[in-house]
Structure formats: C-alpha cells, structure tokens
Write a protein of this length. Structure first.
Ligand SMILES: Nc1nc2c(ncn2[C@@H]2O[C@H](COP(=O)(O)OP(=O)(O)OP(=O)(O)O)[C@@H](O)[C@H]2O)c(=O)[nH]1
Ligand SMILES: [Mg+2]
Lengths: 73, 681
C-alpha cells in the first residue's frame, strides 16, 4: 500500500479507510475522509510541507503526517 | 434583546457579516480566562427589535483541539451564554466541510439559520445550490448573502425575526442514533449531543493539549458518519461544474509559491512593509510630537502656576503624547497585515516558511507573530494562538520580544542621533541608517538564534500535526481592513497607553517629591551660601539639582548607580532604565522629565539638546559619548523591558515560569552584552 507523500505532483489517488487512531481528528474533520479523491498540488522546497487538495478542500500538511495517510489508485 | 451568535469555519465571512450587521456599533472584549477576542455589537433588525450579535472565532468542529475552538463550544453549550439563535455561516466552495460543522450545531438543538455567504462567487465557481431542496433536507431556513455586494441582509434580518418568534429547532441528524447502535455501551453518553460534547470535552487547558484518546475512535466514526450523511444530501441539492473555478488559484500559486520567485516576492513585500512603516509614518509622527510639545507649553503658560499645571504639562500631556506617537506605525503595519490576511496570502507565507522555521523550533505560522512583533510584541504573542503544537508556540512566544518593536525605535532614534556621526558612504548610504538597520538585524538574529537553542533544550512528548487551510485568493474588503485597524489602534491606546500614562504621572510625582531632605533643599542651600555672593542663576540651578538628587527618584537612582556604572551610565540613565521596564518608550520621556526638572533654564528645550548638554561628573566631558551610547543601544536590543509583554506571556502560557525566564535571561544577556560593548568602544 502507498502513502500520500509518495504521490507525484498532479497524481490522483483515493484515501483508504483508517485502520488506527493515530491520525489527528482535525485532518478528518477538514474533509480528508476515507474514499475521497486526494491530489498533491505542490511540494515546497525539500518536499515539505505538501499542498494537497482532498475532496475540494485545499490544505497544507507536513510530510510526517502525509506518510501516515494510506492511499490507493 | 435577542442574542445571536455567528459561527462557522474560518474565513467564511463571519466578521464581514458582523461588520455589515453592526456597523461601527461594536466592541471588543476578551473571554474570561482566555485571550481570544470577543466581539459584540448591536444590530437593528426592525423598528422595534434589536439584537445583540456575537462574532465567534472560526472553528472546524465542535470537538475542540485548540483554545480558539473551545471558546466556541463553551459559548454554545453553557446555559448562561447560550445564544437564542445561531447563524451558521458557510461558503459555497467548501460547502461540504462547512455543513459538517452545521450538522454538529444543529444537533445541539438551538434555533439555527444557515447563511450561505459569498453567494457572489456561486456563478464564477460554477456551483449551483438548490436552496429549497437543501432547506427541506436540513429542516432549517437558508439565506444567501454576499458581504462584497451587500446583498441578502434584509432577507437575513427577516428570517431572524421570524425565528425569534417561533423558536423552531430542526430535526437532528441520524448520526447520533447510528453511533449508539455501533457503540451500545455509550448509549447514555450519546443520548443527546450536548451530553456527548460534555463527555468528550473537558475544558481544562491541560486536556486540550492532548486529544481525548479514550473517545478518539468514536469521534473519528462520528466525523465519518457526518460526512457520509452530508454527501448523501448534497448529491441531490448541489451541482458543480468542475471546469470552472480553480484557474485563478493555480496561476497565482504558481508564482507565489515558486521555489525561487515565491521567496523573492515574500521578501519584497516584507521590505515594502518595513519601508512603509518607517517612512510613511515619519511625517505624522513628527506632527504629533511637535503638536504635543506645543500643547504642553501652551498649558504651562496659560494655566495658573501650581500642582495642576505641573501635573498636566510635565506629567499627563507628555505621557499621552508618548502613546499617540506610535499610532501611525501601528496603523500602517496593520494596514499591511490585514490586507495580506484578507487576500489569503498569509497562508502562502506559512507554507513557504514552514520548513525553514522548523529548524529553529517554530512553525510557518510563527512568521506572522514575528512580523507583527516589529510593531508591538503584545498583539504578536496573541497571534501565536493558532499554532497547534505547544512547543512551537511556546518558542515563538519566548523569542518574539527580541524582534525590534516600535517602542524601541524612539530610543534608538535619539541615541543614534546623539552618538553616531552623520557620515555617508558612496553618497547615499548613511551611517546612522546603517546602524539602525544593524540593530533590527541583531534583534531578528537573536530571536532566531534563541529559537535554535530553545529547540534543543525544551522537550515535549506531545504529538501534534500541522494542518492548515489554503484559502482561495480574494480581493480585500476595505471595510474589514478599516475596522481591523481601528480595533488594533484602540487596543494599543487603551492597553499599553494606560500603563504609559499612569507611569509618567507616577514618575513626575517621584521626581517632584522626596520627603524631608527634599522639602528642606532651599534652606540647606541658603545656609550654604550665607555670606558668599553667587548669581541668581547659580542658586536656582543648585536648588533644582539638589532637589532632583533628594527626590524619591534620585534616591532610587543613587541606589542602583553602582550596578549601571560598569556599563557607562550615570544615575539618571539608571532611573530611565528602571522606569522603562514598564515600557521601553518611557526611556526618552523619563530623561526628558528628569532633565527638565533638574535644570531651570532648559524648559522648552528639545529632549535631544538637553541630553547633549549633559556632562559626566567625573570627566567633565559629554555624558552621551560613543561607548555609553552604543552600550545603551545594545542593552535595549536584548533587555526584556515591557510589563505588558510579561503579562500577556503569563496569560498565554498560564504560568509565571516563562515570563520570569524571559525577564531574567534577556536582561542578563542585555547586561553582559552592554558591558562588553562599553569596553570595546
Ligand atoms: N467574494 C466574497 N468574499 C468575501 C465575502 N465575505 C467575506 N469575504 C472575504 O472572505 C475573507 C474572510 O472574511 P472574514 O469576515 O474575515 O471571515 P471570518 O469568518 O470572520 O474568518 P475568521 O475570523 O478567521 O474565522 C476575507 O478575505 C473577506 O474579504 C463575500 O460575500 N464575497
Ligand atoms: Mg472573524
């Protein structure tokens, strides 16, 4: 399974079901729910943080958090 | 009067709506215990009905994760404060996420109105919302508004009046019953949403730092259920033409977030901002300065001699002048900051700077406090509230006072003009300006450097993640900018102003009273000069000099002189240092007061001239020479001299430990560096 930070800019994927409770609730509340379409819009210099779009919400998150989000094509 | 609360995600336009509904009829206060601005205002709904409107901070959810958010929940659930009507403000582009919060508020069972703001953007974004269907699905009234076009507000007022009469609450979402099916053991907790919120939120600040682990799994399920519910509804009532809308954002982001140009633009904007703060405000500041000086001498010469005259012309008026003089800078600074915030650019700065700031133990979000710290550390420290990681927030709070706030500027300005010669290099680079730039840089570098050190020292176990929204770009609404500036200026004048004015009165008192020795100065001098012939002038000067020495302030000054002598200061500067622990800008005023009290014929002379004439007793040379001046400048770069800042740090960190640490370490660094500087020069 892939995690979000391995996606290339512009590549689309689907957020997988969360298997544990380590993800911050805030991320889910902001619309990063399982089954939504997710895309990386831009990576900052040194690939961190990431500018993402998930289900029409534009967010910026750090790489450490992105590596905890599982995605599938 | 009906109480109405404005609730919604950040950036949906709550404050814009609030500004339209209340006009200038608003006041800003604080929630008890937390420093989050609470804005209240009165709105005239109809000839006979008025409403009290409360603008709440933006929140994504009722399950709180930061102080800002806990304010909203407490407000909405506490029986004492609970509003009669809640207006949930949403915007079309992120309507799904906005309705997530709406669904939670609706389950609280208070009368709600769904306000779809920014309706001017519906067409541009290719979004169609079927108002009737959605209103039926949600079982509540919907109003479309636009604060840019100023439309929909009559409709909104009418809806509020109707709702205040029938007090209808809408049916709950199916989320709670689904949850209690899945978790039968929590049936009691899930019986009402109020219950569940109370169960999962313990409002003590300690609990907010870490998430409620026990219920987190259930909260995640709740969130997912709510989103599923909303998606179902929107499938029917929302249509989106996805070919529209994102082009503008993408094009601007390409430049503003570019790995090279992005930073160039940011530095250009910052440079422009500093330039504006210091050069645009120069002229009004001079005007204010001379205006107050004129007022002072006018009062001194018009009013009959006596205590009241002295108090006004030597204490109160210069004191107030010392506050008002900073207004131009604060206005220009917040003009820039609020425009940058309104346009959505600030979030881009956070994105650009995050990685760099993290090396120094901070977050991209720390850039905003550091920038506004150049005006005043107090609002800057309040602006750290949205940094979710406690360690990053703490470090930002601790180092912000190193940035050169505008209160240091008058001190720098007068000292530089006294001791640095007016040389220029290459015809246009002035030495004085160079020194000033150097001092700013020194402040900034020491902030960054301390961040680096603190990052190594402070340890936390706390895990927290950085999630921010990247809002769409917008044209600023100038009414909002204007009201922000007004608000910040008021806060400065009435907050910092109070301290400065009361201090200058205390100072004036201490310098013009002093117990028995002080009262007997005339007799002492008269005894001394019996039989000798001195000029009138000599006697008058002798009297005022002795008076100052024997005043309360003179006694304090003599007491601390041994401590400041190694730095090259005399007791008068020592006093100015002590008083400027209340607020730095008091320094200049104090010297002005002391020197004017001390010398009869200097009345009406400018502060600078008075300081130039000051002689060092031991050598007979001018007191303000290069070593003393430089040593003072360096002292002011580092020293923690601001009661207001210490108070706000205590409030924001909920402990005396951190402000005391700041006071001791910064002042220690200041003393040592000033000492070294004095020796070098
Ligand atoms: N196009 C458009 N922009 C709007 C409208 N209302 C507000 N804005 C813009 O939206 C942004 C946010 O407005 P605010 O009123 O500060 O939003 P808020 O909900 O108070 O934000 P927080 O206090 O951060 O939660 C600003 O840039 C406004 O200029 C509107 O009706 N149409
Ligand atoms: Mg607001």
């Amino acid at each position: 399974m892939r995690t979000l930070e391995t996606l290339n800019v512009g590549e689309k994927a689907v957020v997988e079901l969360y298997t544990d409770n380590s993800l911050p609730l805030k991320l889910i509340e902001m619309g990063c729910t399982p089954g939504s379409m997710i895309e990386i819009i831009k990576k900052a210099s040194f690939n961190d943080p990431l500018y993402i779009c998930v289900d029409n919400n534009y967010l910026a998150i750090r790489k450490d958090l992105a590596s905890k989000i599982s995605v599938s094509d | 009067m009906i109480n109405i609360a404005l609730v919604g995600n950040p950036n949906t336009g709550k404050t814009s709506i609030f500004n339209i509904l209340t006009g200038l009829n608003q006041k800003v206060g604080n929630y008890p215990g937390v420093t989050v601005n609470k804005k209240e205002g009165v709105c005239v709904l109809s000839n006979s009905i008025k409403a009290n409107i409360i603008d709440l901070p933006g929140t994504y959810s009722l399950l709180p994760k930061s102080k800002d958010e806990s304010v909203v929940i407490e407000y909405l659930t506490d029986d004492n404060s609970k509003p009669d009507i809640t207006l949930v403000v949403v915007e079309p582009v992120n309507i799904k996420r906005n309705l997530f919060l709406f669904s939670q508020i609706k389950d609280l069972k208070t009368p709600v109105v769904l306000v779809v703001n920014m309706s001017d953007r519906l067409l541009k974004e290719g979004i169609y919302i079927d108002k009737e269907t959605l209103s039926e699905q949600l079982d509540c009234s919907i109003v479309f508004t636009s604060s840019v076009k100023n439309t929909g507000f009559d409709d909104l007022k009418k809806t509020i009046i109707d709702l205040s009469e029938n007090k209808k609450t809408c049916i709950s979402t199916p989320v709670l019953s689904r949850l209690s099916e899945k978790y039968p053991e929590l049936k009691k907790e899930l019986s009402t949403y109020n219950n569940w919120i109370e169960k999962t939120n313990k409002f003590s600040p300690r609990n907010l730092e870490e998430e409620d682990e026990e219920h987190k799994g259930v909260q995640i399920k709740e969130t997912i259920y709510r989103y599923q519910h909303i998606s179902e509804l929107l499938k029917i009532s929302l249509k989106k033409d996805s070919s529209k809308g994102t082009g503008f954002r993408a094009r601007l982001d390409k430049i503003l977030l570019h790995n090279v140009f992005g930073y160039l633009v940011f530095f250009a904007i910052t440079a422009l901002m500093f330039q504006a703060v210091f050069s645009w405000s120069g002229y009004p500041m001079d005007l204010i300065d001379s205006g107050f000086a004129d007022l002072s001498s006018w009062v001194a010469s018009t009013l009959s001699q006596g205590i009241l005259n002295d108090l006004l012309s030597e204490g109160l008026i210069p004191g107030i002048g010392g506050v008002v003089i900073f207004l131009p800078q604060i206005i220009v600074l917040f003009l820039f900051i609020s425009i940058l915030e309104e346009t959505g650019y600030m979030s881009r700065v956070v994105f650009l700077m995050d990685k760099i700031m993290r090396k120094f133990g901070m977050s991209g979000k720390s850039v905003i406090p550091l920038i506004s710290g150049t005006a005043c550390a107090i609002p800057a420290i309040m602006a750290t509230r949205n940094i979710e990681n406690w360690k990053e927030r703490l470090i930002t709070i601790l180092i912000t006072p190193f940035t050169t706030c505008s209160a240091r500027l008058p001190v720098y300005a007068i000292l530089i003009s006294l001791v640095i010669p007016e040389k220029t290099f290459f015809g246009f680079i002035g030495l004085q300006g160079l020194v000033l730039t150097g001092l700013y840089l020194l402040g900034f570098l020491s902030a960054i450097f301390s961040g680096y050190i603190l990052n190594k020292i402070i340890k936390t176990k706390e895990k927290s993640y950085f999630v921010i929204e990247m809002p769409s770009y917008k044209m600023p609404i100038f009414k909002n900018v204007f009201i922000t500036i007004l608000e910040k200026s008021k806060a400065f004048v009435f907050g910092a102003g109070k301290i400065i004015v009361s201090l200058s009165i205390v100072l004036w008192f201490l310098a013009s009273h002093g117990g028995d020795d002080f009262d007997n100065v005339e007799t002492t001098v008269n005894k001394e000069i019996i039989g000798k012939s001195f000029s009138e002038e000599y006697i008058a000067n002798k009297v005022s000099e002795l008076k100052l020495k024997n005043s309360y302030i003179g006694k304090m000054g003599n007491f601390i002189e041994p401590a400041v002598r190694p730095l090259g200061y005399d007791w008068k500067i020592g006093i100015a240092l002590i008083t400027s622990f209340a607020a730095r800008e008091v320094f200049v005023g104090t010297l002005a007061t002391i020197y004017s009290v001390g010398d009869a014929d200097m009345e009406g002379d400018t502060i600078k001239n008075r300081m130039t004439k000051e002689i060092r007793v031991a050598t007979g040379k001018p007191l303000f020479d290069l070593p003393t001046g430089m040593s003072l400048l360096i002292f002011y770069v580092f020293a923690m001299q601001c009661i207001g800042t210490l108070a706000i740090v205590k409030k924001e960190t909920k402990s005396w430990k951190w402000p005391i640490l700041q006071l001791v370490s910064m002042t220690g660094i200041a003393y040592i560096s000033a000492y070294i500087t004095y020796i070098i020069f």
